[in-house]
Design a protein around this ligand. Structure first.
Ligand code: NAP
Length: 297
C-alpha cells in the first residue's frame, strides 16, 4: 500500500516505458511487506519509471533531492552523463565508465555499476575455475564494458572482442589503456569468429542481434557455431526471446546456455540491497519477470 510515509525509488531513462525494473522491484517490495510481521518494520517503498530527457538530467537530480527520493537506477541515455552529478563513484563504475545505480548519502548522491555483479552471478553459480580461460565477447557497446570488467573479475586471462567496425573496435581497445586491466584484450573483425570460437571457454553476445522481434537472427551462423567447444558457456544478454536462436544453436553443440534474464534479476537485486539494506527476495524478482514476459514459471 502507498501511504504518506512511502519512500520513493525509480529508474531514469529515455525511453523508459519498456523498462522491466518497476515490475521486479515492486514485486520485491510487496514480498518483503507481506513477510513482515510488524507492519511498522515493513518495507515502505514504491519504485517508479521516471522519463527524463538528456537536457533535463541536472534539474531532475536537483528535484530528486528536493522530494527526498532515496535512490534510482539509471539507463540509456544517462549512464555516463550522471557521473559528473555524483559526489562519489565506486571504483567498478569508474572502470566500466557507467553508473546504473544511485543512492542518497549525507554528502550527496553516490553511484555504482551493478551490471558487473549481475553479469557474473550466473557464471559463478556454475562453480568453474575461470583462471587461464578465454572469453569471446560479441559487440563493444555499453553492456560489453560491464562484461569485460566481469570477465576480468572472474579471472579470465584472455578476452577477444569481436565487432564489425575497425575504428570502433580500436576506440574500444584504446579506452581500456588507462585502467590497467589484468587481462590481455584483443580486437577482431567478425570474419575471425570461427577460429576464436574454437578457443573460447565463454562466449557472450552483447549485440542486439536476435532480440525480439528479430527472433530468427543469430550473431553466429549455424556453421560457425560448430566450432564452439563442448561445455563452453554461451551467454546471451538478451532476455526476449528466451532462449534466443544463438543459445539454441549453442545447446545443439553441447555448450551450456545462460540467458540475459538472470543478469537483469541479479543487477536489480544488488541495487535493491544498496537502497533498502535487506536481502532481496531474488526468487520473487525472477518469477515476477518470467510471469510478465509470459515465460514458464
Ligand atoms: P549498444 O551500446 O548499442 O551496443 C551494441 C553493440 O552491438 C555495438 O557494439 C554494436 O556495434 C553491436 N551491433 C549492433 N547491431 C549489430 C549487428 N547487426 N551486427 C553486429 N554487431 C551489431 O547496446 P548495449 O547497451 O551494449 O546493449 C546490448 C544488448 O545487451 C541489448 O540487447 C540489451 O538489451 C542487452 N542488455 C542486457 C542486459 C541484461 O541485464 N540482461 C543489460 C544491458 C544490456 P556497432 O557499433 O558496429 O553498431
Amino acid at each position: 500500500m502507498i501511504t504518506g510515509t512511502t519512500k520513493l525509488l525509480g529508474v531514469i531513462g529515455n525511453p523508459i516505458e519498456h523498462s522491466l525494473s518497476p515490475v521486479m522491484h515492486n514485486a520485491a517490495i510487496c514480498a518483503l511487506q507481506q513477510r513482515s510481521v510488524n507492519a511498522s518494520l515493513g518495507v515502505d517503498y514504491v519504485y517508479l519509471p521516471l522519463p527524463i530527457n538528456a537536457a533535463d538530467l541536472n534539474v531532475a537530480i536537483t528535484g530528486f533531492e528536493a522530494i527526498g527520493l532515496v535512490g534510482f537506477n539509471v539507463t540509456i541515455p544517462h549512464k555516463q552523463a550522471i557521473i559528473s552529478l555524483l559526489s562519489e563513484v565506486s571504483s567498478v563504475a569508474k572502470v566500466v565508465g557507467a553508473v546504473n545505480t544511485v543512492w542518497r548519502t549525507e554528502s550527496g548522491w553516490s553511484g555504482t555499476n551493478t551490471d558487473v555483479e549481475g553479469f557474473i552471478a550466473p557464471l559463478q553459480a556454475h562453480n568453474r575455475d575461470w583462471s587461464q580461460t578465454t572469453a569471446v565477447i560479441l559487440g563493444h557497446g555499453g553492456a560489453a564494458r560491464a562484461v569485460v570488467v566481469g570477465c576480468t573479475q572472474l579471472g579470465c586471462t584472455k578476452i577477444h572482442i569481436v565487432g564489425r567496425n575497425k575504428e570502433k573496435l580500436s576506440a574500444f581497445e584504446q579506452s581500456w589503456l588507462d585502467s590497467s586491466l589484468p587481462v590481455s584484450l584483443d580486437i577482431h573483425l567478425w570474419e575471425q569468429l570461427p577460429e576464436l570460437l574454437s578457443q573460447a571457454d565463454l562466449i557472450v553476445n552483447t549485440t542486439p542481434v536476435g532480440m525480439y522481434p528479430h527472433v530468427e537472427e543469430s550473431p553466429v551462423n549455424a556453421v560457425a557455431m560448430q566450432a564452439i567447444k563442448e561445455n563452453a558457456i554461451a551467454y546471451d544478454l538478451i532476455y526476449t526471446p528466451n532462449p534466443t536462436l544463438f543459445l539454441q544453436q549453442a545447446k545443439q553443440q553441447s555448450a551450456i546456455a545462460i540467458d540475459g534474464l538472470e543478469m537483469l534479476v541479479q543487477q536489480g537485486a544488488a541495487a535493491f540491497k544498496i537502497w533498502i539494506g535487506q536481502t532481496p527476495p531474488v526468487d520473487t524478482m525472477r518469477q515476477s519477470l518470467r510471469q510478465y514476459l509470459g515465460l514458464s514459471t
